[in-house]
Structures are given as structure tokens and as C-alpha cells.
Design a protein around this ligand. Structure first.
Ligand SMILES: Cc1ncc(COP(=O)(O)O)c(C=O)c1O
Length: 450
């Protein structure tokens, strides 16, 4: 049985105490050359980040030899499994021919064709290196296509680290204003004040609020940026009236709908837009389509996608490029991954996701905890309250609520599950039924009173 905690004969987990002295020492060293010790703030867990040694399938081993069932999967970017032999082989074949060139490569076309065949709204696609970059490029394309400056986004929704896309990501009760017309709250210190004029904020699932905001923005609005199951909003269900209002009103004022499927593309063969019958103008992608390598993409209707086309061989309306964009290693890993993700694969991902969600609900009931779990497909999110979550404000945690889910995540870690308690849970295809049992046993032992 993998992991440091093992079930005893009675099926109980026994926490053996978690220790990771080698990770602690590496973190100590890292802080001398890297601000905060890591280039990724999200890895800074208490008491220190865990340093990976290697992984296989659904399991990760750290430098101290601790093993964890991976229920984060690099924030939902690994979907087939770690160190998958098929992906490794596809990468090795390409690596043997060189990794990066200022010459075009044919796998870019293979992956472009595969993705465009899958999704009705993907008439054209262009690759970049991250979801952040994809969102940035999509907003630029929307501005270039419409000739308008402003965008509207959802309060609390994460779309990467671009100033405009970050607006109101960290809004809180002291600054968020009226829910019917939320204030635009800058995220990073030093954000240009113009962001407050250029980005409007709506509450998720507020159809009327969206309609009013879009109509008011009118002929100054380039796009509405929307994630169809925003993680940091608590993974609420998308209400049909809301998406209908956004789609209808953007069309009415001549603005684009940019759907951010960087995460939700892992929910089905054609992403969430196929499942929920959404018809976006542009879609941003990332994570799974790179098969474990850095990636982003902008896909969509020919009109706005043609803002990337050079005019008479000269500069495009929206010039774009990138030294490593569409590099053959990422494209090969992405192509192998997306080819393997057929309907059966998504059915299995739905099954294991539902097993975790329903198993957790049963555990919360049994423990008399007023907790809940949201999510769909291979994604889930735990909340230590039972407020009905329709928007960011419903899921916004008090410091006590946050502390208790964080503690749950840390105890899961000690019980052999890598799960960041107050972040998204994400499962990969290599997760077996026994792994789910391990997860639920670890959860039972890690909940308050467990
Ligand atoms: C919905 C969404 N959009 C964009 C991004 C940014 O992607 P990346 O981290 O690849 O820049 C993320 C990252 O988590 C995301 O969840």
C-alpha cells in the first residue's frame, strides 16, 4: 500500500506523522536565491513546499521518499497520468530531433487539426506558452477586432497573472461594493489605475447584473471574459439564464464572448462549451492540451482569429509570437494526450470524480460536518460551509473556514494524499478504484474529529 499512512485491519487510517527534512533543507536553500523560495506562490504550503523526486501514474514521491496520491495534478494540467510511457515516447522521438527551432514544425498542424475537429467554435487556433498568455492574446484580439478598449469579467475568477485579467481576483467585503454592480478591485500593487476604467466586474450567475453591465458598457465593450466553472469562485454550476444573458447581450452590443477553458477543457471531449452548449467567439486553452508541458492556445471564429493574420505580409492587427510557442516537444506531448482522450477516457474521469465527490459527501454526513463539495468531471472543491454557492461572495471563506480546510489538506498530506485543501482537487486517468478507496480513507482520517 503506497503512502506513509496505511489502513489497519479495521480499515482505519493511522497517521504516522509526516516529516520531510530534505524538502525543508531545499526550501531553506531556495530562499537565498529565489524571492519567497519559489517561482510559484501556490507551492508555498506550510511548513514548506514539498520537493518532488519523481512520479508515476497517479502517485508522486517526494525527495524524502513520502508517497502521495496526486489529487492536484499540477493544478489540473496532468490528465493521462504522470510519466506516462506513451507521452514519454512521443516526447523522446521528437527530442531526438531537437527541441526548439526558428523553423516551423508539422506537429503544430496535427494538434491544431485535432482540436479544431473537436469543437464547433474552433475554426482556427494559435498556440502560446501558458494560459495567462492565451487570455492576454484573446483580450488583445477582442480589442483589435472590435476596436474597443474595455472588458468585463467575473468577480473572483482567475485567468492568470495579466493585470486586466486579475481584476477583483482578491476582492473582499471591505472593497467589493454592491453585488449588483461589483467594484473593480486591482489585485497586484502597482496595477495601473486605468484598469479600474477598462475592466468591469459582474457577479457569477447574476443574469440581470450581467445584462445591465454589458448594456452600460455598450459600444466601448470589446469582450466578456468568462470561465464556465470558475475554480476560485468555488466551482459553482453555471446557470443557463446567466450564460444566455451574457451571450445574448454581448451579441446585442457587438462585443465578443471569450470563454476561458484553460481548466474546464478537461471536463469533456469538446470541453465545457460542448457540454453546456455555449457558443463563444474565442476560447482560451492551456494545461491538458500540452500533455504536461507549458502551453496555451487561443481558438475561435475566423473573424476575431484573423486579427492574428499579417496584413499584406506585414504586421497583423494583433501581432503575436513567442520564442517557444508551438515548440515541437509540447505539441507532440499534447497531440499524444489529446488523441488518447476519447469518450471512454472522459467517462472514466467522470466516474472517478463522482466517486470522490459522493464519497466525501457521505463522509461529511457521517461526521456530522456541515461541509460540501462542488465540481464536476475530474474536478472537485471542498468547502467547510453549506452556503449555496452561486458566486464568489457565497464561497468567500471566513478566516476560520479557510483555516479548517487548509488543515484538512495538510492532514491529507500526512495521510498520503497530495490535496491542497482550499484549492481545486483534480484527478488523473491513472487513478484506480483502490486509489479512490485510499483517498476516502485518508479523508475520513483527516476531517476534523477523524
Ligand atoms: C481558468 C484559468 N485561466 C488561465 C489560467 C492561467 O494559466 P497558466 O497558469 O498556464 O498561465 C489558469 C491557471 O490556473 C486558469 O485556471
Amino acid at each position: 500500500m503506497p503512502g506513509r499512512s496505511r489502513p489497519d485491519r479495521g480499515g482505519q487510517m493511522r497517521e504516522q506523522g509526516w516529516s520531510a527534512p530534505q524538502s525543508a533543507a531545499l526550501y531553506e536553500r531556495a530562499q537565498r536565491s529565489i524571492p519567497d523560495g519559489s517561482s510559484r506562490s501556490m507551492l508555498l504550503r506550510r511548513p514548506h513546499p514539498i520537493y518532488v523526486d519523481h512520479a508515476a501514474g497517479a502517485w508522486v514521491t517526494d525527495v524524502d521518499g513520502n508517497r502521495y496520491l496526486d489529487c492536484n495534478n499540477n493544478f489540473a494540467s496532468i490528465i493521462i497520468g504522470h510519466a506516462d510511457p506513451g507521452i514519454s515516447a512521443a516526447v523522446a522521438v521528437r527530442m531526438a530531433r531537437g527541441s526548439a527551432f526558428s523553423l516551423a514544425n508539422d506537429v503544430e498542424i496535427d494538434l491544431a487539426e485535432l482540436l479544431c475537429e473537436r469543437v464547433e467554435s474552433f475554426e482556427l487556433i494559435r498556440f502560446c506558452n501558458s494560459g495567462t498568455e492565451a487570455v492576454m492574446a484573446a483580450l488583445k484580439a477582442a480589442r483589435g477586432f472590435t476596436g474597443r478598449p474595455n472588458v468585463i469579467k467575473v468577480e473572483g475568477s482567475y485567468h492568470g497573472t495579466y493585470d486586466h485579467a486579475e481584476a477583483s481576483l482578491g476582492a473582499d467585503p471591505s472593497n467589493w461594493g454592491d453585488v449588483a454592480a461589483p467594484r473593480t478591485v486591482p489585485y497586484a500593487f502597482g496595477t495601473p489605475t486605468s484598469v479600474a476604467h477598462e475592466v468591469g466586474i459582474i457577479a457569477y450567475n447574476d443574469a440581470e447584473g450581467a445584462r445591465v453591465a454589458i448594456e452600460q458598457a455598450g459600444d466601448q465593450l470589446a469582450a466578456v471574459l468568462l470561465d464556465p466553472m470558475p475554480n476560485r469562485v468555488g466551482m459553482p454550476d453555471l446557470e443557463p439564464e446567466f450564460i444566455a444573458a451574457v451571450r445574448e447581450t454581448t451579441r446585442k452590443v457587438g462585443a465578443l464572448l471569450v470563454l476561458d477553458e484553460v481548466i474546464t477543457f478537461r471536463l469533456g471531449h469538446g470541453g465545457m462549451q460542448t457540454l453546456a452548449e455555449i457558443d463563444p467567439d474565442l476560447t482560451t486553452l492551456g494545461k491538458i492540451i500540452g500533455g504536461g508541458f507549458p502551453v496555451g492556445a487561443i481558438a475561435g471564429r475566423t473573424g476575431p482569429m484573423e486579427t492574428f493574420v499579417r496584413i499584406d505580409g506585414d504586421r497583423a492587427k494583433v501581432p503575436s509570437g513567442g520564442t517557444f510557442s508551438a515548440n515541437p516537444i509540447t505539441m507532440a506531448a499534447g497531440h499524444e494526450t489529446m488523441t488518447r482522450l476519447d469518450h471512454d477516457a472522459f467517462a472514466r474521469l467522470d466516474y472517478i470524480g463522482e466517486a470522490v465527490r459522493s464519497g466525501l459527501r457521505e463522509l461529511f454526513d457521517r461526521a456530522g460536518l456541515e461541509w460540501q463539495v462542488t465540481g464536476r468531471g475530474s474536478l472537485f472543491r471542498v468547502h467547510s460551509h453549506q452556503r449555496h454557492i452561486r458566486n464568489y461572495r457565497d464561497s468567500y471563506q471566513s478566516s476560520d473556514e479557510k483555516a479548517v480546510v487548509e488543515q484538512f489538506g495538510l492532514r491529507m498530506q500526512a495521510n498520503g494524499v497530495y490535496f491542497i485543501g482550499d484549492s481545486l482537487g483534480s484527478l488523473n486517468l491513472a487513478t484506480t478504484d483502490e486509489d479512490i478507496e485510499h483517498f476516502l480513507m485518508a479523508a475520513a482520517a483527516s476531517l476534523p474529529g477523524g
